[in-house]
Design a protein around this ligand. Sequence first.
Ligand code: ZN
Ligand code: ZN
Length: 359
Amino acid sequence: MTAPGRPLEARSVPSPRAREGGAILETVASEVCGTDVHLHHGRLSGVPYPIIPGHVSVGRVLETRGPLADVEARPIAEGALVTFYDVYGTCGACWHCLVARAATRCPKRRVYGITAPAADGLLGGWSERIEILPGVKLVPLPEGLDAEEFLGGGCGLPTGFHAVERAGIAMGDTVVVQGSGPVGLNAAIFAQLSGALRVFVIGAPKERLDAARRLGVEDTLDITEIREPAARAAWVRDRTTGRGADVVIEASGNPAAVPEGLEMLRDGGRYVVVGQYTDSGDATLNPHRQINRRHATILGCWGYEFSHLHRSLSMMAKHTARFRWRELVTREYPLEKAGEALADMEKLSVVKALIRPGG
Ligand SMILES: [Zn+2]
Ligand SMILES: [Zn+2]
Protein backbone atom coordinates (compact mmCIF):
# COMPACT_ATOMS: atom_id res chain seq x y z
CA MET A 1 0.00 0.00 0.00
CA THR A 2 2.09 2.87 -1.34
CA ALA A 3 -0.11 5.80 -0.33
CA PRO A 4 -3.73 6.56 0.54
CA GLY A 5 -6.06 6.17 -2.43
CA ARG A 6 -3.46 4.53 -4.68
CA PRO A 7 -3.96 1.02 -6.10
CA LEU A 8 -2.07 -1.69 -4.24
CA GLU A 9 1.26 -2.68 -5.79
CA ALA A 10 2.92 -6.11 -5.80
CA ARG A 11 6.66 -5.91 -5.18
CA SER A 12 9.34 -8.57 -5.14
CA VAL A 13 12.14 -8.39 -2.62
CA PRO A 14 14.87 -10.84 -1.63
CA SER A 15 13.71 -13.40 0.88
CA PRO A 16 14.62 -12.08 4.36
CA ARG A 17 16.86 -13.94 6.82
CA ALA A 18 16.09 -14.14 10.51
CA ARG A 19 17.87 -11.68 12.77
CA GLU A 20 19.44 -12.85 16.04
CA GLY A 21 16.51 -13.69 18.33
CA GLY A 22 14.02 -13.37 15.48
CA ALA A 23 12.35 -15.65 12.93
CA ILE A 24 10.92 -15.81 9.43
CA LEU A 25 7.40 -17.11 8.85
CA GLU A 26 5.97 -18.54 5.70
CA THR A 27 2.57 -16.85 5.62
CA VAL A 28 -0.41 -19.20 5.71
CA ALA A 29 -3.06 -16.47 5.78
CA SER A 30 -3.56 -12.91 6.93
CA GLU A 31 -6.76 -11.08 7.72
CA VAL A 32 -8.45 -8.24 5.89
CA CYS A 33 -10.35 -5.97 8.21
CA GLY A 34 -11.91 -2.55 8.47
CA THR A 35 -8.57 -1.13 9.56
CA ASP A 36 -7.10 -1.96 6.15
CA VAL A 37 -9.91 0.00 4.50
CA HIS A 38 -9.20 2.95 6.81
CA LEU A 39 -5.50 2.70 5.96
CA HIS A 40 -6.27 2.73 2.26
CA HIS A 41 -8.24 5.95 2.71
CA GLY A 42 -5.52 7.53 4.83
CA ARG A 43 -7.84 7.82 7.83
CA LEU A 44 -5.20 6.90 10.42
CA SER A 45 -2.56 9.38 11.44
CA GLY A 46 1.13 8.54 11.61
CA VAL A 47 1.12 5.76 9.01
CA PRO A 48 4.55 5.56 7.29
CA TYR A 49 3.46 4.65 3.73
CA PRO A 50 4.42 2.54 1.86
CA ILE A 51 3.39 -0.28 4.18
CA ILE A 52 2.63 -3.97 3.81
CA PRO A 53 -0.91 -4.40 5.19
CA GLY A 54 -1.98 -7.36 7.29
CA HIS A 55 -1.61 -6.98 11.06
CA VAL A 56 -3.00 -10.29 12.26
CA SER A 57 -1.58 -13.31 10.48
CA VAL A 58 -0.80 -16.99 10.78
CA GLY A 59 2.35 -18.59 9.43
CA ARG A 60 4.67 -21.55 9.69
CA VAL A 61 8.06 -20.96 11.24
CA LEU A 62 10.50 -21.23 8.36
CA GLU A 63 13.69 -20.15 10.05
CA THR A 64 14.73 -19.10 13.55
CA ARG A 65 17.96 -17.67 14.85
CA GLY A 66 18.55 -18.47 18.45
CA PRO A 67 16.12 -20.46 20.59
CA LEU A 68 12.54 -19.16 20.60
CA ALA A 69 9.93 -20.01 23.20
CA ASP A 70 6.33 -19.21 23.91
CA VAL A 71 5.24 -17.30 27.02
CA GLU A 72 5.24 -20.54 29.03
CA ALA A 73 8.84 -21.28 28.01
CA ARG A 74 7.94 -24.10 25.64
CA PRO A 75 10.33 -24.09 22.70
CA ILE A 76 9.00 -23.07 19.28
CA ALA A 77 10.50 -25.22 16.55
CA GLU A 78 10.72 -24.64 12.83
CA GLY A 79 7.51 -25.83 11.17
CA ALA A 80 5.28 -24.71 14.07
CA LEU A 81 1.98 -23.02 13.17
CA VAL A 82 1.99 -19.66 14.92
CA THR A 83 0.51 -16.23 15.14
CA PHE A 84 2.22 -13.39 16.97
CA TYR A 85 1.47 -10.30 19.01
CA ASP A 86 1.64 -7.79 16.18
CA VAL A 87 3.33 -5.03 18.15
CA TYR A 88 6.98 -4.13 18.36
CA GLY A 89 9.06 -1.25 19.66
CA THR A 90 7.10 -0.73 22.92
CA CYS A 91 9.93 0.64 25.04
CA GLY A 92 9.11 -0.47 28.57
CA ALA A 93 11.00 2.61 29.75
CA CYS A 94 8.73 5.62 29.20
CA TRP A 95 6.12 7.27 31.38
CA HIS A 96 3.27 5.49 29.55
CA CYS A 97 4.91 2.07 29.92
CA LEU A 98 6.14 2.40 33.49
CA VAL A 99 4.02 4.92 35.35
CA ALA A 100 0.65 4.82 33.62
CA ARG A 101 1.12 1.11 32.80
CA ALA A 102 -0.71 1.78 29.55
CA ALA A 103 1.70 0.18 27.10
CA THR A 104 -0.77 0.52 24.21
CA ARG A 105 -0.15 4.28 24.44
CA CYS A 106 3.68 4.03 24.35
CA PRO A 107 4.90 6.51 21.71
CA LYS A 108 7.54 4.02 20.46
CA ARG A 109 4.94 1.31 19.84
CA ARG A 110 4.66 0.09 16.24
CA VAL A 111 2.13 -2.34 14.78
CA TYR A 112 2.77 -4.82 11.97
CA GLY A 113 0.76 -3.95 8.88
CA ILE A 114 -0.20 -0.48 10.21
CA THR A 115 2.68 1.65 11.49
CA ALA A 116 5.57 -0.48 10.16
CA PRO A 117 7.24 1.08 7.10
CA ALA A 118 7.85 -1.35 4.22
CA ALA A 119 11.41 -0.03 4.12
CA ASP A 120 12.03 -1.74 7.47
CA GLY A 121 11.28 -5.22 6.16
CA LEU A 122 8.43 -7.66 5.60
CA LEU A 123 6.41 -6.42 8.56
CA GLY A 124 2.91 -7.16 7.30
CA GLY A 125 0.95 -10.29 6.52
CA TRP A 126 -0.02 -9.58 2.90
CA SER A 127 3.26 -11.07 1.91
CA GLU A 128 4.64 -14.55 1.27
CA ARG A 129 7.04 -14.16 4.20
CA ILE A 130 6.80 -12.28 7.48
CA GLU A 131 9.82 -11.15 9.41
CA ILE A 132 9.50 -11.65 13.17
CA LEU A 133 11.73 -9.06 14.79
CA PRO A 134 13.69 -9.92 17.93
CA GLY A 135 11.40 -9.50 20.93
CA VAL A 136 8.17 -9.97 18.96
CA LYS A 137 6.23 -12.64 20.79
CA LEU A 138 5.22 -15.71 18.81
CA VAL A 139 2.09 -17.54 19.92
CA PRO A 140 1.68 -21.14 18.73
CA LEU A 141 -1.93 -21.86 17.74
CA PRO A 142 -3.40 -24.14 20.43
CA GLU A 143 -3.99 -27.78 19.55
CA GLY A 144 -7.09 -28.13 17.39
CA LEU A 145 -7.12 -24.55 16.08
CA ASP A 146 -6.14 -23.81 12.51
CA ALA A 147 -5.49 -20.57 10.68
CA GLU A 148 -9.08 -20.23 9.41
CA GLU A 149 -10.62 -20.55 12.86
CA PHE A 150 -8.22 -18.07 14.45
CA LEU A 151 -8.49 -15.54 11.62
CA GLY A 152 -12.29 -15.84 11.74
CA GLY A 153 -11.78 -13.92 14.97
CA GLY A 154 -8.80 -11.95 13.66
CA CYS A 155 -7.94 -8.69 15.42
CA GLY A 156 -11.57 -8.54 16.53
CA LEU A 157 -10.88 -11.46 18.89
CA PRO A 158 -8.44 -9.72 21.29
CA THR A 159 -10.09 -6.33 20.70
CA GLY A 160 -13.56 -7.64 21.59
CA PHE A 161 -12.03 -9.45 24.55
CA HIS A 162 -10.35 -6.26 25.75
CA ALA A 163 -13.61 -4.28 25.46
CA VAL A 164 -15.45 -6.89 27.52
CA GLU A 165 -12.68 -6.87 30.12
CA ARG A 166 -13.02 -3.08 30.36
CA ALA A 167 -16.79 -3.42 30.69
CA GLY A 168 -16.52 -5.51 33.84
CA ILE A 169 -19.63 -7.54 33.05
CA ALA A 170 -21.31 -9.18 36.05
CA MET A 171 -23.06 -12.53 35.89
CA GLY A 172 -26.66 -11.98 34.88
CA ASP A 173 -26.03 -8.65 33.14
CA THR A 174 -27.83 -7.52 30.02
CA VAL A 175 -25.43 -6.26 27.37
CA VAL A 176 -26.04 -4.28 24.19
CA VAL A 177 -23.37 -4.25 21.49
CA GLN A 178 -23.59 -1.44 18.94
CA GLY A 179 -21.97 -2.65 15.73
CA SER A 180 -22.01 -6.07 14.08
CA GLY A 181 -18.52 -6.15 12.59
CA PRO A 182 -15.83 -8.49 13.88
CA VAL A 183 -15.16 -6.43 17.03
CA GLY A 184 -18.86 -6.29 17.88
CA LEU A 185 -19.39 -10.00 17.21
CA ASN A 186 -16.40 -10.98 19.33
CA ALA A 187 -17.57 -8.65 22.11
CA ALA A 188 -20.94 -10.41 21.94
CA ILE A 189 -19.20 -13.79 22.31
CA PHE A 190 -17.01 -12.74 25.23
CA ALA A 191 -19.93 -10.99 26.94
CA GLN A 192 -21.70 -14.35 27.01
CA LEU A 193 -18.57 -16.10 28.26
CA SER A 194 -18.31 -13.45 31.00
CA GLY A 195 -21.71 -14.45 32.31
CA ALA A 196 -24.02 -11.99 30.57
CA LEU A 197 -27.56 -13.35 30.72
CA ARG A 198 -28.74 -11.54 27.61
CA VAL A 199 -26.83 -9.99 24.73
CA PHE A 200 -28.33 -7.83 21.98
CA VAL A 201 -26.54 -6.66 18.83
CA ILE A 202 -27.46 -3.56 16.87
CA GLY A 203 -26.03 -3.20 13.37
CA ALA A 204 -26.21 -4.14 9.69
CA PRO A 205 -26.18 -5.68 7.14
CA LYS A 206 -28.48 -8.65 7.60
CA GLU A 207 -25.72 -11.28 7.06
CA ARG A 208 -23.78 -9.94 10.02
CA LEU A 209 -26.87 -9.91 12.24
CA ASP A 210 -27.64 -13.50 11.18
CA ALA A 211 -24.09 -14.36 12.23
CA ALA A 212 -24.71 -12.64 15.59
CA ARG A 213 -27.77 -14.78 16.26
CA ARG A 214 -25.84 -17.95 15.33
CA LEU A 215 -23.35 -16.84 17.98
CA GLY A 216 -25.99 -16.95 20.70
CA VAL A 217 -27.21 -13.34 20.68
CA GLU A 218 -30.82 -13.13 21.93
CA ASP A 219 -32.04 -10.55 19.45
CA THR A 220 -30.71 -8.12 16.86
CA LEU A 221 -31.80 -4.73 15.57
CA ASP A 222 -31.18 -3.85 11.92
CA ILE A 223 -30.29 -0.15 11.75
CA THR A 224 -31.38 -0.03 8.11
CA GLU A 225 -34.91 -1.02 9.22
CA ILE A 226 -35.22 1.01 12.42
CA ARG A 227 -33.61 4.27 11.41
CA GLU A 228 -34.57 6.62 14.26
CA PRO A 229 -32.10 6.70 17.18
CA ALA A 230 -34.96 7.26 19.63
CA ALA A 231 -36.77 4.21 18.26
CA ARG A 232 -33.61 2.13 18.66
CA ALA A 233 -33.20 3.20 22.29
CA ALA A 234 -36.88 2.39 22.83
CA TRP A 235 -36.24 -1.08 21.35
CA VAL A 236 -33.62 -1.69 24.05
CA ARG A 237 -35.81 -0.26 26.83
CA ASP A 238 -38.73 -2.46 25.69
CA ARG A 239 -36.52 -5.47 26.31
CA THR A 240 -35.17 -4.32 29.69
CA THR A 241 -38.34 -3.42 31.62
CA GLY A 242 -37.81 0.20 30.62
CA ARG A 243 -34.50 0.43 32.50
CA GLY A 244 -31.88 0.06 29.77
CA ALA A 245 -28.93 -2.30 29.59
CA ASP A 246 -26.37 -2.83 32.36
CA VAL A 247 -23.54 -2.54 29.84
CA VAL A 248 -23.40 -1.05 26.35
CA ILE A 249 -20.36 -1.62 24.14
CA GLU A 250 -19.89 0.71 21.17
CA ALA A 251 -18.17 -1.10 18.29
CA SER A 252 -19.71 0.73 15.35
CA GLY A 253 -17.23 3.43 14.33
CA ASN A 254 -19.98 6.01 14.01
CA PRO A 255 -19.65 8.96 16.46
CA ALA A 256 -23.44 9.32 16.61
CA ALA A 257 -23.59 5.84 18.14
CA VAL A 258 -22.20 7.24 21.41
CA PRO A 259 -25.08 9.55 22.44
CA GLU A 260 -27.46 6.95 21.03
CA GLY A 261 -25.86 4.18 23.10
CA LEU A 262 -25.96 6.27 26.28
CA GLU A 263 -29.75 6.41 25.83
CA MET A 264 -29.76 2.59 25.93
CA LEU A 265 -27.87 2.44 29.24
CA ARG A 266 -29.50 1.95 32.61
CA ASP A 267 -28.80 4.31 35.50
CA GLY A 268 -25.41 3.39 36.95
CA GLY A 269 -24.49 1.37 33.85
CA ARG A 270 -21.14 1.07 32.10
CA TYR A 271 -20.44 2.25 28.56
CA VAL A 272 -17.31 1.17 26.63
CA VAL A 273 -16.17 2.93 23.44
CA VAL A 274 -13.98 0.65 21.32
CA GLY A 275 -15.30 1.35 17.81
CA GLN A 276 -13.96 4.89 17.30
CA TYR A 277 -10.59 3.70 16.00
CA THR A 278 -10.37 6.51 13.47
CA ASP A 279 -11.44 10.12 13.88
CA SER A 280 -14.86 10.13 12.22
CA GLY A 281 -15.91 13.42 13.78
CA ASP A 282 -17.71 14.78 16.80
CA ALA A 283 -20.89 13.87 18.61
CA THR A 284 -23.07 15.93 20.92
CA LEU A 285 -23.85 14.61 24.38
CA ASN A 286 -26.10 15.89 27.09
CA PRO A 287 -23.76 15.67 30.10
CA HIS A 288 -26.50 16.23 32.64
CA ARG A 289 -28.96 13.65 31.40
CA GLN A 290 -26.67 11.10 29.76
CA ILE A 291 -23.71 11.04 32.15
CA ASN A 292 -24.20 12.84 35.46
CA ARG A 293 -27.82 12.04 36.30
CA ARG A 294 -27.45 8.60 34.74
CA HIS A 295 -24.50 7.98 37.05
CA ALA A 296 -22.78 6.41 34.03
CA THR A 297 -19.27 5.01 33.83
CA ILE A 298 -17.77 5.69 30.39
CA LEU A 299 -14.59 3.90 29.34
CA GLY A 300 -12.39 4.03 26.26
CA CYS A 301 -10.56 0.97 24.98
CA TRP A 302 -7.47 1.34 22.78
CA GLY A 303 -5.66 -1.56 21.09
CA TYR A 304 -4.84 -4.70 22.99
CA GLU A 305 -1.99 -6.07 25.00
CA PHE A 306 -0.33 -9.45 24.81
CA SER A 307 -2.51 -10.73 27.63
CA HIS A 308 -5.65 -10.10 25.58
CA LEU A 309 -4.29 -12.07 22.63
CA HIS A 310 -3.14 -14.92 24.83
CA ARG A 311 -6.31 -15.17 26.88
CA SER A 312 -8.71 -14.69 23.97
CA LEU A 313 -6.93 -17.36 21.94
CA SER A 314 -7.07 -19.81 24.86
CA MET A 315 -10.78 -19.06 25.24
CA MET A 316 -11.30 -19.63 21.52
CA ALA A 317 -9.59 -23.03 21.74
CA LYS A 318 -11.87 -24.00 24.61
CA HIS A 319 -15.15 -22.75 23.10
CA THR A 320 -14.77 -23.36 19.39
CA ALA A 321 -17.57 -25.95 19.32
CA ARG A 322 -20.05 -23.41 20.74
CA PHE A 323 -18.93 -20.36 18.77
CA ARG A 324 -18.05 -21.08 15.14
CA TRP A 325 -15.51 -18.38 14.44
CA ARG A 326 -14.41 -19.99 11.20
CA GLU A 327 -17.86 -19.38 9.74
CA LEU A 328 -17.16 -15.65 9.93
CA VAL A 329 -14.58 -16.04 7.15
CA THR A 330 -16.73 -15.38 4.13
CA ARG A 331 -14.08 -15.11 1.42
CA GLU A 332 -10.44 -15.80 0.67
CA TYR A 333 -8.27 -13.98 -1.86
CA PRO A 334 -4.85 -14.65 -3.36
CA LEU A 335 -2.28 -11.88 -2.96
CA GLU A 336 -2.90 -10.43 -6.41
CA LYS A 337 -6.60 -9.91 -5.57
CA ALA A 338 -5.88 -7.94 -2.39
CA GLY A 339 -7.38 -4.80 -3.95
CA GLU A 340 -10.63 -6.67 -4.54
CA ALA A 341 -10.58 -7.85 -0.93
CA LEU A 342 -10.33 -4.22 0.24
CA ALA A 343 -13.24 -3.19 -1.99
CA ASP A 344 -15.41 -6.06 -0.72
CA MET A 345 -14.58 -5.22 2.88
CA GLU A 346 -15.53 -1.61 2.28
CA LYS A 347 -18.93 -2.68 0.87
CA LEU A 348 -19.34 -4.91 3.96
CA SER A 349 -20.11 -7.78 1.59
CA VAL A 350 -17.79 -9.95 3.71
CA VAL A 351 -17.62 -10.32 7.51
CA LYS A 352 -14.02 -11.47 7.58
CA ALA A 353 -11.77 -11.98 4.57
CA LEU A 354 -8.41 -13.67 4.28
CA ILE A 355 -5.42 -13.07 2.07
CA ARG A 356 -3.66 -16.29 1.13
CA PRO A 357 -0.23 -15.33 -0.20
CA GLY A 358 0.51 -18.96 -1.07
CA GLY A 359 -2.52 -18.95 -3.43
ZN1 ZN B 1 7.13 3.16 26.29
ZN1 ZN C 1 -7.65 -6.09 11.89
